[in-house]
Design a protein around this ligand. Sequence first.
Ligand code: ADP
Ligand code: MG
Length: 627
Amino acid sequence: MTKKAFQAESKRLLDLVINSIYSQKEVFLRELISNSSDAIDKIYYKALTDDSMTFNQSDYYIKIAADKESRTLNVSDTGIGMTAEELEENLGTIAQSGSFAFKNENELKDGYDIIGQFGVGFYAAFMVADKVTVISKALGSDQAFKWESEGADGYTIEPVEKAEVGTDITLQIKENGEEDDFDQFLEEHRLKSIIKKYSDFIRYPIKMDVTKSKPKEDNEEEYVDYIEEETINSMVPLWRKNKSELTQEDYENFYQDKHFGFDKPLTHIHTSVDGSIRYHAILYIPETLPYDYYSQDFEKGLELYSSSVLIMDKCADLLPDYFSFVKGIVDSDDLSLNISREMLQHDRQLKLIEKNITRKIKKELETMVKNDREKYESFYETFGRQLKFGVYSDFGANKDTLQDLLMFYSSTEKKLVTLAEYVERMPEDQPYIYYATGDSYDRIEKLPQTEMVADKGYEILFFTEDVDEFAIRMLMSYKEKEFRSVSSGDLGFEDDADEAESKEKEADNKELFTAMKELLTDKVKDVRASKRLKSHPVCLSTDGDISLEMEKVLNAMPNNQSIKAEKVLEINVDHDVFQALQKAYDGDKDQLKLYTHLLYNQALLIEGLQVDDPVAFTNDICKVMVP
Ligand code: ADP
Ligand code: MG
């Protein structure tokens, strides 16, 4: 019998597989089982439509058997089988599906990953076996054939005896190497867990003889081992079941089984889509924050199945970053199992699924805002930050998607409110959506800058997270209402009389303000009469685009660029302190310096900023106490 060489491209793939250092060698079993399942599909559908064939559900199964002594692992099926020609064509050359074609050498290097993540098909057997024997009898044929290969140097095909239609694959499992443990692929437990992991939802039973033990009949203390055939896989995937058949508990168990989290899911979305894309999905929003969520280590992604066979643990392309907290699975019949990562990224189907899923999650959350506020708030406490990052990142590309999911604490409602709710109750004359920033609600509440706006009866949104103001700046407006910080130079609601009055005050005290400004060179851009203060003597506001809060955030970043806000010291000219300032200006210049520094430092402290020189500040206070 002559040995035939593999077709050139197959040989390249085979070399790659054999020499693979990839750790997930276990996927070979997934590949073989999936082929068996395909083969049973073929005979099963034939039987359904062919009246001359009798068909019996229990005839269709896959059987796995390991024998430690001979170091063989057997995968057999009652599928459609292969003729000699088919053995030659399918196993001697790359599968017709042709999905595994290397484009360039880089991809070849990448191949190690490809093997782990994506199907390489039948050849994966050579990752764990020195020799692979395939005995197959095709449906409608009297003769069975044996295909055998020890890898790269070719294969043989010869006629053999086999009673039933189907395929029997025997792997001669490799000896353990220094770093490789191949014995594991002969261990019952290990095999069971690999089957569970990758092939749990294969539609046909995957059977295995499992060793069990029971108490002896005459002596309950002693146990005897016995062998029993067990079906390892659960067969029907949850996501392909009808929603009405499933209970809340089923979904929760599945979440736990899949190790999506230690918590209970906050909510789930179960969807089956049939149309230009077809897929089934179960998606979960976790209740608690994964411990590594806001760290570099966190990897987003959904489990991806192709016709119930797992092809990827974490398919990142299925989720946008702003929904990266979503867990779950997607199963589509439209994806090929043998698919390289590069192809996956550009896969049109996958993109469509992502778009579709994103819409579903958004809808679910929007419904929750309306119908289950408490739940949404709990969600928002946990993942709201991510949504705000989502608004801010990608230059605001997703702001429209996300704006109705945002919530901020309201000065008047004393709870989280949505932007829609805010705008809904805005008085007609209110020009802007106002916000104030600070470390806590408590502190913001006490900010002098909020006085005037609050006095007008306007609602103020409290921003306590560093990302808040950045996100809002990106949003710019909501329902055509612009956002405006209570610290901004222009609050937009002065009437003409006010305007004239403040101009006058400004002019009257021009020299005093100029003198103060000089005393604060490098610290503030300007000193002005305040239009927003009522009971407080001073506050800081800003000109330009950078707010005080943004300055704080930007300067705390690792690549600190010392970005400075243009600070303005605002003085309440109706406050008694102002008279003290005027008096000092007219008389004692040292006293003016003292007061100016005191007021400036006060303004910093009120903002939650640090005073530049605490010792000088406390000395200044002492000077006031003991002149
Ligand atoms: P793919 O499954 O993507 O086609 P594989 O390398 O896994 O690629 O398999 C190549 C071909 O070999 C299959 O398409 C099928 O025709 C055939 N084949 C493999 N295993 C079996 C089997 N157990 N029964 C029948 N045909 C099989
Ligand atoms: Mg295959």
